[in-house]
Design a protein around this ligand. Structure first.
Ligand SMILES: Cc1cc2nc3c(=O)[nH]c(=O)nc-3n(C[C@H](O)[C@H](O)[C@H](O)COP(=O)(O)OP(=O)(O)OC[C@H]3O[C@@H](n4cnc5c(N)ncnc54)[C@H](O)[C@@H]3O)c2cc1C
Length: 332
């Protein structure tokens, strides 16, 4: 083989000098760690400020779907057999679905709560006379505290009313609600005529305070005929008088008592004469309504009994005799 000219060898790439891994400046990992901690802290602070995810679940919240225990925080006797019970309620500082559900029900009208005797598993319905929630937020619990008040008469053989009267401050009682008792919206009626007896004042009181506080309901007028056994049995007299004084053009109250002494009230019962006089300006062709709530004998005499469960039953009694129709009367 003759010497053939060898093709030139391809030029070998020159070996690059290997880059030495750069040394991080001292403290880099520490800085990264600090930054990560800072970001986490900022995120947690954001969650703390804008959500309740880091808080324990708020207890003693109103819930219409399940019985919840509430703590009795105050108990004030109002008359010989009637007591005002105040229970603590809480509300998370940020509204969630449950708050919306609760607000949606209370916005619809007069509402009540089912109160349970957990010992014998029976319940009765009571209409709160007041509910309040503080503006102040408990930062630790992420909630706002408030209360709900009931005025309850004790019946000597009553099951739930005796159970409630036997509870002591600090005890817990299970309740479910709010539950809509009577739908009402502002300006639905021009003039409401309320006939109440004893603790039958509860739904009337809730409605009166609701109407008088609501700027959207500023034209509705209310007349209350309120019967009690004696002057010292008139429940919430001071508050009612104050409301009548502050809203003299819209709320007028006539107190009746079965027996004297009676310094500033009439000794009479809600009979044909007193109810007739009370409702004489009722506009039967307009949008006025009579509301009645009280003990069974009073209901029977004024408008006919209300059957147990749903329904109003036929209109009977004094209001029927006075020419009212069923549509012009609501029995609580
Ligand atoms: C929507 C609604 C709201 C109510 N709100 C209130 C309220 O705010 N405050 C309040 O005190 N009550 C209220 N009641 C009545 C309450 O629910 C109970 O019926 C009442 O407390 C008696 O229950 P009890 O278990 O103690 O008596 P029960 O064991 O049911 O009855 C025992 C005895 O008491 C008598 N009795 C029961 N209720 C009455 C009555 N109204 N009048 C006369 N005798 C009676 C019975 O005839 C029986 O002899 C409300 C009822 C309804 C439907």
């Amino acid at each position: 083989m003759g010497d053939a000219a060898m093709p030139p060898l391809p030029e070998q790439p020159k070996e690059q000098p290997k880059e030495q891994p750069k040394e991080r400046p001292p403290g880099t990992y520490m800085i990264w760690a600090m930054e990560a901690i800072g970001a986490t802290m900022a995120f947690l602070y954001y969650l703390h400020l804008h959500t309740d995810l880091l808080k324990p679940a708020v207890k003693e919240r109103l819930n219409p779907e399940k019985y919840t225990p509430f703590t009795l925080i105050d108990k004030q006797p109002l008359t010989s057999d009637t007591t005002r019970f105040r229970f603590r309620i809480n509300r998370p500082r940020f509204d969630d679905d449950l708050e919306e559900l609760v607000d949606g029900i209370t916005a619809q009208g007069i509402w009540s709560m089912d109160v349970k005797d957990h010992l014998v598993q029976t319940y009765r319905t009571y209409t709160p006379v007041a509910i309040a929630i503080s503006e102040a937020v408990d930062e630790e619990l992420g909630s706002r505290e408030g209360y709900i008040d009931f005025v309850v008469k004790r019946y000597p053989h009553g099951s739930l009313s005796r159970f409630l009267h036997e509870t002591r401050v600090g005890d817990q009682v299970e309740m479910r609600g709010p539950l809509l008792t009577w739908p009402y919206h502002p300006k639905q009626y021009k003039h409401l005529y309320m006939v109440a007896g004893g603790t039958g004042i509860a739904p009337m009181y809730q409605l009166i305070t609701r109407i008088l506080r609501d700027p959207a309901d500023s034209t509705t007028r209310i007349s209350l005929l309120y019967g009690s056994r004696s002057e010292s049995d008139i429940i919430y007299r001071e508050s009612l008088d104050k409301l009548a004084q502050d809203h003299g053009d819209r709320l007028s109250i006539t107190y009746l008592v079965d027996r004297g002494p009676a310094a500033s009230v009439q000794i009479a019962i809600p009979d044909f004469s007193t109810v007739g006089k009370f409702t004489r300006d009722f506009n039967k062709g307009g949008s006025d309504l009579v509301l009645v709530c009280g003990p069974d004998p009073m209901l029977a005499a004024v408008c006919g009994s209300k059957p147990i469960g749903a329904g109003q039953g036929p209109l009977r009694g004094i209001l029927h005799e006075l020419g009212f129709s069923s549509a012009q009367v609501f029995k609580f």
